[in-house]
Design a protein around this ligand. Structure first.
Ligand code: HEC
Ligand code: HEC
Ligand code: HEC
Length: 220
């Protein structure tokens, strides 16, 4: 890189000297070395590499598809672990033997992405009926007992939560409805083999705020 500059400087000096000597014809040959800096320009045309920018424009297309950022229904990481504990999915949570219930609790914590048991329990007290405990029990009784995945296999809390307590994006309601249609209706089936319609979770007539209005758990 220095060379062209030096060559240019040298050429300039030579040119100046030649100009001083007032011998125009000799300037032409000297023009040779001066030319290279011009060929440096093509290197600048390496700018087209910047046109690699279109690759960046590919990213946005992977973003919103009009369903908002609700957590998609996905494969469970914990179904197998819960199965090894010998859990009977057909039973309401309250009827699961205490010993297996205790073994399930860490899976609740991990499914919801909570830091500890205090996500649902008051410190050191596992009996108090907190809001999240009541919701968790209904989630088990309605969804784990009543729902299956697309292949008819059991699901677990992480199927819908994937580490997030708040898994719905309510900022855009039309988008949330599309998400419900594609994921909660489309990717889940029912243990009783009925069609998985919106009303089977939301009730008839349709009630969006299912936790509060259908299950009767106050928002607090
Ligand atoms: C996502 C909510 C949630 C989290 C997190 C959670 N639990 Fe629970 N836990 C429940 C629910 C719901 C019940 C009640 C089940 C029922 O109806 O019997 C329960 C019941 C219990 C019981 C039985 C209480 C009794 O005597 O009837 C124990 C013990 C317990 N949990 C321990 C834990 C421990 C330890 C942790 C942390 C590793 C934990 N829980 C985390 C929801 C949760
Ligand atoms: C069919 C999907 C689905 C399954 C399966 C499911 N949940 Fe949920 N859960 C939800 C939705 C949707 C909400 C509402 C989240 C929101 O408001 O963003 C929710 C909310 C909750 C909340 C309240 C969180 C908060 O901070 O308000 C708790 C606790 C909870 N679920 C526990 C559980 C547990 C425990 C299980 C497994 C026994 C479970 N869920 C299984 C869909 C599911
Ligand atoms: C597997 C059960 C399930 C099915 C099937 C289901 N939903 Fe939901 N839906 C939920 C849960 C759980 C919530 C959270 C409820 C709450 O926070 O009280 C929810 C929330 C919603 C909300 C947000 C309501 C509000 O006021 O914030 C809308 C809208 C909604 N669902 C529409 C639908 C539509 C439309 C369908 C059918 C295409 C459908 N849902 C199917 C479980 C289900």
């Amino acid at each position: 890189m220095k060379t062209p500059g030096l060559a240019l400087a040298a050429a300039t000096i030579v040119a100046a000297v030649l100009a001083a000597c007032a011998e125009p014809p000799a300037v032409a040959p000297v023009g040779g070395p001066v030319a290279p800096p011009v060929t440096v320009a093509p290197v600048v045309t390496a700018a087209p590499v910047v046109t690699a920018a279109p690759v960046v424009t590919a990213a946005p297309s992977a973003a919103p598809v009009g369903k908002g950022s609700s957590t998609p229904v996905g494969a469970s990481r914990f179904v197998e672990e819960a199965r090894r504990l010998g859990v009977d999915w057909k039973r309401p949570l309250a009827q699961i033997p205490l010993a297996s219930k205790k073994k399930l609790m860490p899976l609740f914590v991990r499914s919801l992405g909570y830091e500890s048991c205090s996500g649902c329990h008051v410190d050191g007290d596992f009996k108090t009926e907190t809001r999240n405990l009541k919701i968790a029990r209904q989630m088990w009784d309605h969804f784990l007992v009543g729902m299956r995945d697309a292949k008819g296999e059991p699901i677990f809390c992480d199927t819908c939560h994937a580490g997030k307590p708040k898994n719905l994006d309510r900022a855009d309601m039309p988008a949330l409805k599309l998400f419900m249609e594609s994921d909660y209706k489309g990717k889940l089936t029912r243990a009783d083999k009925n069609d998985n319609g919106c009303g089977l979770c939301h009730g008839y007539p349709f009630e969006g705020r299912l936790i509060e209005k259908v299950w009767g758990i106050s928002a607090k």
